[in-house]
Design a protein around this ligand. Structure first.
Ligand code: HSE
Length: 430
């Protein structure tokens, strides 16, 4: 990269994060370790005339982010468009091909296309940085990629989606349903109009795929990530779990499993006193466990304009300091991908809820089916709910092979006394 004293940043995507970044750079004009002035020289967004909180006067406007990315009007390209494909990917590729360092907050892009983009960046010899893609301004990527290279990370477990955490927290606090709280969050602008990426667990899955790749010296493989969102969590489950001493959280985890890594996102029960159960509202929180250091804990705002802009700024500083690192933990073309783990090898403890007819022998039938499968019950709760069609029975299991448990749950679902699809949530291994 050519060394210059005036650093020109091109920014594509002027949503809340883009606007906060322009504001941050316009206000500070540089960052402590950088010798020179940093400014945003050129921008691109869907609409030029849309009212926005940042000042774009004096900046070169591009309708097309790809044209901005390959132009000579900027030295560094910042992608804040979002989405794993389309203009975001095209613009990042164009910037890399024209020899520009790229900084992105786009977790979907890195989780899905990280390997090929990293290979391109390394071929050209420019950085591709994405601190803002995971936990907003909380430096999770730096910790995993840089601070822990001298250790062996065993597991990463946490809450990586603020929208889901907010919804679950509000359901418990106000006694409202998932649909009610989601609708309110959308009205207040906390949740997207199309909430699927967040509530379906995909956003958290993108983030944990990226951290897993960095932790386990691989490239990301989003297809190998198991994803389950919070749509099936009912208020009743939140209340029942609490009676059993747990809080339901959307937990993202990546663990070393015999030469591979298990990467997954599931609604999971966390013990009420555990820091992950205590991280409420839109907070993100993450435990990283490594052999020598032990466990460390990061917590903070995992989204939001200001925090995310801070992470982009840190990447701009790194790009300008010409830190020489591969994009992941080795040349992308030589790293293996994370492979999916055979589910028959996995063990779990679980929470099960069945809605059953209130008649003799039903509990016996459920427990016999579990006993025949070799599933051992740890605790059991039956709590009639006023006005409900049947009676919910809830139980937690001792550790059992997931495939065995799922087969037993299917057999129970087929019993004539079972009125609704059973619910099964894992108890988090934390
Ligand atoms: N929508 C995300 C969240 C933030 O709710 O945490 C951006 O990844």
């Amino acid at each position: 990269m050519t060394v210059a004293r005036a650093w020109r940043i091109g920014v594509a995507g002027l949503g809340t994060v883009g606007a906060a970044l322009l504001d941050l750079i316009d206000t500070r004009k540089g960052f402590a370790p950088i010798d020179g002035v940093v400014s945003v020289s050129a921008v691109s967004a869907r609409s030029r005339s849309r009212p926005r909180s940042c000042d774009i006067s004096g900046k070169i406007w591009y309708d097309d982010p790809v044209a901005l990315a390959s132009s000579s009007d900027c030295d560094i390209f910042v992608e804040l468009i979002g989405g794993s494909d389309g203009p975001a990917k095209a613009a990042v590729e164009a910037a890399l091909k024209s020899g520009k360092p790229v900084i992105t907050a786009n977790k979907a892009l890195i989780a899905v296309h990280g390997a090929e983009l990293a290979a391109l960046a390394e071929e050209v010899g420019v950085p591709l940085l994405f601190e803002a893609a995971v936990m907003g301004g909380v430096p999770a990527v730096k910790v995993v990629r840089e601070a822990l290279v001298g250790d062996d990370i065993q597991s990463i477990v946490g809450i990586l989606n603020g929208t889901c955490n907010y919804i679950l927290t509000e359901m418990e606090a106000t006694g409202r349903s998932f649909a009610d709280v989601l609708a309110e969050a959308q009205r207040l602008g906390y949740a997207e109009a199309d909430p699927t990426t967040d509530v379906g667990g995909f956003d958290a899955a993108h983030k944990i795929s990226i951290l897993a790749a960095l932790a386990f010296n691989c490239t990301p493989n989003f297809d190998a990530t198991e994803v389950e969102g919070i749509e099936q969590v009912e208020l009743l489950d939140i209340q029942m779990a609490k009676d059993l001493g747990y809080r339901i959280k959307l937990i993202a985890s990546a663990e070393r499993v015999e030469g591979s890594a298990l990467v997954r996102v599931h609604p999971s029960l966390t013990p009420l006193g555990h820091p992950l159960a205590q991280a409420g509202g839109a907070l993100n929180a993450l435990f990283i466990e490594s052999t020598r250091l032990g466990r460390i804990y990061l917590q903070g705002p995992g989204a939001g304009a200001g925090p995310t802009a801070v992470a982009v700024a840190a990447d701009i500083a790194d790009a300008l300091l010409a830190t020489r690192r591969p994009v992941f933990q080795g040349p992308a073309r030589t790293l293996p991908q994370i492979e999916a783990v055979d589910p028959s090898r996995l063990m779990c403890r679980a929470y099960l809820r069945f809605l059953v007819k209130d008649e003799p022998g039903v509990i016996a039938a459920v427990s016999e089916t579990l006993a025949e499968a070799g599933v051992s019950i740890e605790s059991f709760l039956q709590k009639p709910v006023e006005g409900a069609a049947g009676v919910p029975i809830v139980l937690t299991t001792h550790s059992v092979a997931e495939s065995v448990l799922m087969a037993a749950v299917e057999r129970i679902a087929a019993l004539s006394a079972v009125l609704d699809r059973p619910r099964m949530f894992r108890i988090a291994r934390i």
